[in-house]
Design a protein around this ligand. Structure first.
Ligand SMILES: Cc1ncc(C[n+]2csc(CCOP(=O)(O)OP(=O)(O)O)c2C)c(N)n1
Ligand SMILES: [Mg+2]
Length: 404
């Protein structure tokens, strides 16, 4: 059956924010700061994945500055740091104790970025200091054997959830909240992760949380539409079905959907405020009455593009919002030695868009990178396989639409 226009629009991860909770709680200064923090996180994520020198882009970017082997999931990262930034705000505003768990922990750059920016990383690892030298070490060590893992590992400051094997974030979140009455565990669930058996079952953790003696778990489902290069189920069922599914699990789902940064910040802030207030109210009522009734805990559904803020297309191919936005976005899905050179140009294009050095790169020749990404191509599919998947993805009704 052909999807109706309204369903397709309903499922769009693009445009001005649509949210269950309305409001614009951020004043101009707060909105500017939170956006600046998030933008810096995205820059750090790119730097971790791509750069082996020139970490602050003081010199015009050259191909020699790019790592020879690119590893890391860019696609998951921007949403992870978006959520992290907003949690930091609400922690300060409400004086909360919060621990963050990234189910899509493969997007470690989206966690490491904010952890470095806020200073925690340098506290634990003084060699990764908050200066150019430390930043370079931070970038170079990312995903290098014996260095910083490309997944959230136990070495990641603040991380008690190994991001490598998908499916356990809600179970771990629940374990952390047991007998920890003052703790809120913010648990990000990937929409691909949500299809694993352990995760699909563990939405029911809310039946085990006692509002008197335990802390709270705030699940945040990131509907970015893809699990590597395949569409996800939860991103493709209607809004009504999704809402009813989570109501059926015993939650009150709050939706935050879109890609426009300014309105998404306001929508997320309003939603976080509402969730924090609800958790406090529920716990206060249970603790003051001594009645441990099972509340309908809040949860957030964040529908945002995969690889949010990446270039909409590179070399004529869509990147943001498609699975190409997933891994190191300009290599995966492009494959083929003949295209490598253009991929490198794309990498540089993407990075210099953020560096404000547009135009200067054209004056510099780009060398052909001799180091292939063969293992990745083999693992994630070369150009031909990606093309096939792309067509299948686009035919899958109703798809996430791009309304740029
Ligand atoms: C149990 C398990 N199966 C498969 C994988 C391989 N894998 C790594 S990332 C990924 C996609 C995850 O998609 P999603 O949860 O939607 O996160 P996103 O990258 O879209 O943010 C998969 C399948 C894994 N890490 N663990
Ligand atoms: Mg996904």
């Amino acid at each position: 059956m052909k999807p109706t226009r309204s369903i397709a629009n309903d499922l769009s991860a693009y445009g001005i924010a649509r949210s269950t909770i309305q409001g614009t709680p951020l004043n101009e200064d707060e909105a500017r700061k939170i956006h600046a923090f998030w933008s810096a996180c995205n820059y750090l994520a790119l730097g971790m994945i791509y750069l082996q020198s020139n970490p602050l882009l003081r010199q015009p970017l050259h191909i020699d500055h790019i790592k020879n082997r690119l590893l890391g999931h860019w696609g998951a990262s921007p949403a992870l740091s978006f959520i992290y930034s907003h949690l930091n705000r609400v922690i300060k505003a409400f004086d909360l104790d919060v621990v963050y768990m990234a189910g899509p922990g493969h997007g470690a750059p989206g966690v490491l970025g904010p952890v470095y920016l806020e200073g925690s990383y340098s506290e634990v690892y003084p060699d990764k200091s908050q200066d150019e030298e430390g930043l370079l070490r931070f970038f170079k060590d990312f995903s290098f054997p014996g260095g910083i893992g490309s997944h959230c590992t136990p070495e990641t400051p603040g991380s008690i959830h190994e991001g490598g094997e998908l499916g356990y974030v809600l179970s771990h979140a629940c374990g952390a909240a047991f007998d920890n009455p003052d703790l809120i565990v913010a648990a990000v669930v990937g929409d691909g992760e949500a299809e694993t058996g352990p995760l699909a079952t563990s939405w029911h953790i809310n039946k085990f949380l006692n509002p008197i003696y335990d802390g709270a778990v705030l699940p945040i489902l990131n509907l970015n539409g893809y699990k590597i290069n395949n569409p996800t189920l939860l991103a493709r069922i209607s809004h009504e079905e999704l809402e009813n599914l989570f109501k059926g699990y015993g939650y009150t789902p709050y939706f935050v959907e879109g890609s426009d940064a300014a309105s998404m910040h306001q929508a997320m802030a309003a939603t976080m405020d509402h969730c924090a207030n609800t958790i406090r109210r529920v716990q206060h009522e249970a603790r003051s009455s001594g009645t441990p009734a099972r509340p309908r805990w809040p949860m957030i559904v964040l529908r945002s593009p995969k690889g949010w803020t990446a270039p909409a297309d590179v070399d004529g191919r869509k990147v943001e919002g498609l699975f190409h936005g997933g891994l190191e976005f300009l290599i995966a899905g492009f494959g083929g030695a003949a295209r490598l050179h253009r991929c490198q140009q794309g990498v540089i294009k993407a990075l210099h868009l953020r560096s404000g050095r547009i135009g200067r790169l054209r004056q510099h020749g780009l060398g052909q990178n001799q180091h292939g990404s063969g293992a990745h191509r083999q693992h994630y599919g070369g150009a031909d396989r990606s093309q096939k998947t792309l067509h299948r993805t686009l035919l899958y009704p109703p798809r996430v639409t791009h309304q740029s």
